[in-house]
Design a protein around this ligand. Structure first.
Ligand code: IPE
Ligand code: IPE
Ligand code: MG
Length: 250
């Protein structure tokens, strides 16, 4: 739980000196609509979306963000046609193969959260290699949510908690928010300060439900492939103009 520290930080902040968000989360939406508007197949939209990921990572590091979490593929996205899923998994493999050297050189630590059991063995191998290789980096933690759903994450946390209780490691009386969080896939990470969603939809689509309890939301109309560093900077500036109160009186 990082809330008490954040409340103190925010309430003691001199006006005009709001620090950049420590953790930015992005729902990268609109690849399909971007492609359709150009008469192209959805997969082309996903290809261009991968370029926008590069921009977001570069921009986050430049803006002083410590954690960037990207929603790449949801548990619900398994409902899509097999051909689109294959294209997305192929693109993911390409990204992991091509980008990992540069990410590593730039001090980026890569993490993946989600249900790995549904991902192919080849994808999992690449993820594990990338995570292992970048484990010692600390400039930016890039977390990619793949085959991820927040409700499934919360149920998994509850299951792990019950198992720990069966082993006598926790008791009901000891359970608090901090203890519960340690069972989530994001254990050890601060909560997102800023959540960005592109493409005009104003919903959370089962992303980081627990963690976004006090995130500031910025919704952009442009589709994800058109997202650039300037959009990230503008979203951060909007965040810095917000008043975060966490329920306290102003
Ligand atoms: C986001 O773009 C990428 C994924 C969800 C994998 P979409 O594929 O959802 O594009 P739209 O929303 O249909 O335009
Ligand atoms: C959310 O986008 C998931 C990702 C960006 C990976 P969707 O396109 O799947 O969300 P809905 O279906 O519009 O809510
Ligand atoms: Mg979508």
């Amino acid at each position: 739980m990082n809330q008490p520290r954040r409340i103190a930080e925010v309430l003691n902040q001199p006006a005009g000196e709001v620090p950049p968000p420590r953790h930015v989360a992005i729902i990268m939406d609109g690849n399909g609509r971007w492609a359709r508007a150009r008469g192209l197949p959805r997969t082309v939209g996903h290809n261009y979306g991968a370029e926008a990921v590069r921009q977001a990572v570069k921009g986050a590091a430049q803006c002083g963000v410590d954690y960037l979490t990207l929603f790449g593929f949801s548990s619900e996205n398994w409902k899509r046609p097999a051909a689109e899923i294959d294209d997305l998994m192929g693109l993911l493999k390409l990204y992991l193969n091509r980008e990992i050297d540069e990410l590593h050189q730039n001090g980026v630590r890569l993490k993946v959260i989600g249900d790995r059991e549904r991902l192919g063995a080849d994808v999992v191998r690449l993820i594990e290699a990338a995570e292992g290789r970048t484990a010692g980096n600390s400039r930016l933690v890039l977390t990619v949510a793949l085959s991820y759903g927040a409700r499934a994450e919360i149920v998994l946390a509850a299951r792990r908690l019950l198992q720990a209780a069966e082993r006598g490691e926790v008791s009901p009386g000891e359970l608090d928010e901090t203890a519960f969080e340690s069972f989530l896939l994001t254990a050890g990470m601060p909560d997102p300060d800023l959540l960005i969603r592109t493409s005009g939809e104003k919903r959370i689509s089962n992303f980081l439900l627990w963690q976004c309890a006090y995130a500031e939301f910025v919704f952009l109309d442009k589709h994800w492939p058109d997202f650039g560093i300037d959009d990230l900077q503008a979203a951060i500036a909007e965040y810095q103009g917000r008043s975060r109160r966490y329920g306290a009186a102003q």
